[in-house]
Ligand binder design. Structure first.
Ligand SMILES: Cc1cc2nc3c(=O)[nH]c(=O)nc-3n(C[C@H](O)[C@H](O)[C@H](O)COP(=O)(O)O)c2cc1C
Length: 174
């Protein structure tokens, strides 16, 4: 039996090399909509999703993230779109809500032939003065914290196979 949703989940892989080709506005909007429709604790919709295609802002993210990581490499791998997920820290499930929005968008993107990689360190980035200024510029509440980000675009190379899954990853108790 083939199941397109399961196939999509099993074939998604993180991509760390991107073509210099932007995703269309229609595809981006579909991906963002998928993120908005992810479940959230008590339906409180705590995440705030910010898609950035502006080179100057992406360069700023690269510097901020690399500084936290202590590297000179590009933590976003040159992806043409970065999706930042923040969430309202006053909601007890904000980390889970933001994480699920990220995961849902990864699968939505993959279903459209668009690659992603979850990128870390947004909590630290948006806890700095520079990060707080960006939130202010975007009109985002000061009550949010960074949860994570997606590098998003078209893959430059072949995508690797998934690693074998560990033993006893899932157990069924009857
Ligand atoms: C919470 C989380 C944080 C991650 N942070 C990074 C990151 O900062 N940089 C990166 O290249 N990949 C990051 N990844 C991607 C993982 O390395 C990747 O999902 C994992 O190696 C499995 O590979 P796959 O996604 O291709 O199945 C992160 C994934 C998760 C779930």
């Amino acid at each position: 039996m083939s199941n397109a949703v399961i196939e999509n989940i099993l074939s998604r892989r993180s991509v760390r090399s991107y073509l210099d080709k932007q995703v269309s506005e229609d595809d981006l909007k579909l991906i963002l909509k998928a993120g908005e429709y992810a479940p959230s604790g008590m339906g409180k919709q705590s995440p705030v999703i910010v898609a950035v295609q502006n080179k100057e802002t992406i360069d700023k993210f690269v510097n901020m993230n690399a500084e936290i990581m202590g590297t000179n490499s590009n933590p976003y791998y040159g992806a043409p779109t970065i999706i930042i997920v923040l969430a309202d820290k006053n909601v007890s499930t904000h980390i889970q809500d933001g994480s699920l929005a990220l995961g849902t968008m990864m699968l939505a993107a993959h279903s459209l032939g668009i690659s992603t990689c979850w990128i870390n360190r947004e909590y630290e980035m948006f806890n700095t003065k520079e990060g707080r200024e960006l939130l202010n510029e975007w009109g985002v509440s000061d009550d949010v914290v960074g949860v994570g980000a997606l590098a998003l675009g078209y893959s430059k190379g072949d995508v690797k196979e998934a690693k074998p899954r560990k033993e006893n990853y899932s157990i069924i108790i009857k």
